[in-house]
Design a binder for this molecule. Structure first.
Ligand code: PLP
Length: 395
């Protein structure tokens, strides 16, 4: 297309129309053009202000437009933005060491990639390479991403149906049912792959017994335990990692979303059981110093501002306040830290829409659950407002 034509079209079209015209129509869209954010607030192109209760699906734990991360990015871009993994790099080294320090148990070795689904892909490959076995046991209602490997681990059939055949070797058992999980183990089981709190699956909190029994089974049978904390990591649930609620130590921890203050990054952090041949799994952008600098700045901000504790306290507060809303439309309210689901007895979509009209951006988790994942910097006043509006619209 010529520049003139492009300009003419752009000038006469709204942002919505341009995106509809020039992008693959694959996201179910909401009717807002978001152009700016600050802390726990988002703004659309008309200047309307929203309280963010989505954090871009758990990305913006430190809030929007964080100056510490912005400065780290600016400085690092002018020093060195890219450095393929065949070279050593000072910033990447610091981040790998930091992740070893803040992750549970003997998780000491990082592999860097660029998204959540890539972290899960790496975990699947690393588990297979380390055990030379094929099968991966996953949970019903689990969500692990949408590239071909992680999609096979994801439960929802609607996501898979257009893309058959799936990668082989994945079995799904009911979440929080240890007996069924144990029965699914064979001599060819490479790994068990689970979330601690299922996010997309409806904010379902893992049982302590289920997770601990699964952990010992994996240890005794030489099965790799992969925990997917792409959504629950970096303070979201009131611990730096949700595993810590249960003293759970996986062999591979998958992280992404909020790791780098909103900059794309994913990682797996592994223990010494994980062995992969050189050159067998690499990524051009994986561990680029730019994203690493953002991650270091973001983790530093989380630590210095006490955001993990804040998520714990505000989460308890919000859960308690929400539970005072007595309404037959509400089936159950559950969550951990600032990861909260309100399950309704009817479809939740219309309510999420009304919330947006009233200045609150929330998410769905399945069809019946309103999911709240506010930035961990959100204030009590803002949470009060969210509760007030929720109780109004549910009446
Ligand atoms: C979002 C998510 C993923 C996928 O991450 P992407 O960055 O979207 O690929 C994987 N696992 C969990 C638990 C998630 O919430």
């Amino acid at each position: 297309m010529s520049d003139t034509m492009n300009n003419t079209m752009n000038n006469s079209m709204t942002t919505q129309e341009i995106e509809e015209a020039f992008e693959v129509n694959i996201y179910p869209r909401r009717d807002a053009v978001l152009v700016r954010g600050k802390g726990s607030k988002l703004y659309d192109e008309k200047g309307k202000e929203y309280i963010d209760c989505a954090s871009n699906v758990g990305v913006s734990n430190i809030g929007h437009a964080n100056e510490q991360v912005a400065n780290a990015l600016f400085e690092q871009y002018l020093r060195l933005a890219n450095c393929y993994g065949i070279f050593y790099n000072d910033v990447r080294a610091r981040l790998a060491q930091k992740l070893a320090e803040i992750t549970p148990g003997d998780l000491n070795k990082a592999f860097f990639c660029n998204s959540g689904t890539e972290a899960v892909e790496a975990a699947i490959k690393f588990a297979r390479a380390s055990t030379r076995k094929k099968e991966i046991i996953c949970a019903m209602r689990g969500f692990h991403g949408k590239t071909m490997g992680s999609l096979a681990a994801t439960w929802d059939a609607a996501y898979k149906e257009p893309f058959m055949p799936m990668l082989q070797g994945f079995v799904h058992v009911p979440f929080n049912n240890f007996e069924r999980l144990e029965k699914a183990v064979t001599n060819d089981t490479a790994a068990v792959l689970l979330e601690v709190v299922q996010g997309e699956g409806g904010i379902r909190v893992g049982d302590r017994d289920f997770l601990k029994q699964t952990e010992s089974l994996c240890h005794s049978r030489g099965i790799i335990l992969i925990i997917d904390e792409v959504q629950t990591g970096f303070g979201r649930t009131g611990k730096m990692f949700a595993c810590e609620h249960y003293d759970l130590t996986p062999d591979i921890l998958c992280v992404a979303k909020s790791i780098a203050g909103g900059i794309p990054m994913g990682a797996v952090i592994c223990n010494e059981k994980i062995k992969v041949p050189k050159q067998s799994h690499t990524s051009t952008f994986g561990g680029n110093p730019l994203a690493c600098a953002a991650a270091l700045a973001s983790i530093d901000f989380i630590e210095k501002q006490g955001l993990v504790n804040r998520a714990h306290e505000l989460g308890e507060y919000l859960l308690a306040r929400l539970r005072t809303i007595k309404n037959p439309k509400i089936k159950e309210i559950r969550g951990l830290g600032l990861m909260i689901g309100i399950e309704l007895n009817e479809k939740a979509g219309p309510y999420v829409q009304i919330l947006m009209e009233k200045g609150i951006i929330a998410l769905l988790a399945g069809s019946f659950v309103i999911r709240l994942l506010p930035p961990l910097v959100i204030s009590k006043d803002e949470l009060d407002k969210v509760v007030e509006i929720l109780s109004d619209i549910l009446c």
